[in-house]
Design a protein. Structure first.
Length: 235
């Protein structure tokens, strides 16, 4: 047992590198989430320094962890939810069930509008994209690029759940890709359509995607930044 605040401050003073891992998704944040369907604490990056007792300026890099699609547990607004065979396929292939309860998670298309909002709340410096392999085999994949409410496009995330429940997502459709991605060990070997999908997500969210996961094994974590740095400047 120890005073964790002093322990962490001593580590910082000694030049040690610290890694904090937050819980829950940003839209479950008590201050900035889809209230009242939120948790009781801070789920954005700012909560790490506050909970650990270290200066906020001590944290220099913020990695946002996202899936290649969207999920939600329990009640609450979910504009891109797929209550159809595609949603069930994503749930099955992605093993989207509660670890302890076994409760099925709600699944839907990637919501770039919401992820961009979440990234801005935390000052996210890079993104790690999980479950790209789960979308393999679909003829088309959709990305939510914005919201409409009563026919009008919105500039920002709604501040109340009543409005959120009436949201109409604006979709962009891209070609899907085929084949099992779980054996791929370098980013450049991914299908062209899969890489275009990642490119488009990065463009819409406005934050570099540096890691892409295509499976549960450690070797399935692909370092996209290395692929970008070695790519030809003329395409």
């Amino acid at each position: 047992m120890a005073d964790s605040t002093l322990l962490l401050r001593d580590a910082l003073s000694g030049g040690r590198r610290l890694l904090f891992e937050g819980a829950q998704g940003s839209l479950l944040d008590i201050n900035h989430g889809t209230f009242p369907f939120v948790t009781s604490t801070i789920c954005t990056a700012g909560g790490a320094a506050a909970a650990a007792g270290i200066p906020p300026a001590a944290i220099t890099d913020y990695v946002g962890v996202i899936k290649a699609y969207a999920t939600r547990v329990g009640s609450g607004p979910f504009p891109t939810e797929l209550s159809n065979d595609i949603g069930e396929t994503i749930r099955r292939l992605g093993h989207e069930y509660g670890t302890t309860t076994g409760r099925p998670r709600r699944c839907g298309w990637f919501d770039a509008f919401a992820v961009r909002y979440a990234a801005s709340l935390s000052g996210t410096t890079e993104l790690a994209l999980m479950h790209l392999d789960t979308l393999s085999g679909l003829e088309q994949v959709c990305i939510c690029t914005g919201y409409r409410h009563r026919g009008a496009a919105l500039d920002s995330i709604p501040t109340d759940s009543a409005t959120f429940e009436q949201i109409e997502p604006i979709y962009e459709t891209l070609p899907g890709w085929q084949g099992d991605l779980t054996g791929i060990v370098t980013y450049e070997r991914l299908p062209t359509a899969a890489r275009h999908y990642v490119d488009r997500l990065e463009e819409l969210v406005g934050v570099p995607i540096t890691l892409v996961s295509v499976g549960a094994e450690l070797t399935a974590t692909l370092h996209r930044q290395a692929a970008l740095e070695t790519a030809s400047p003329i395409g």
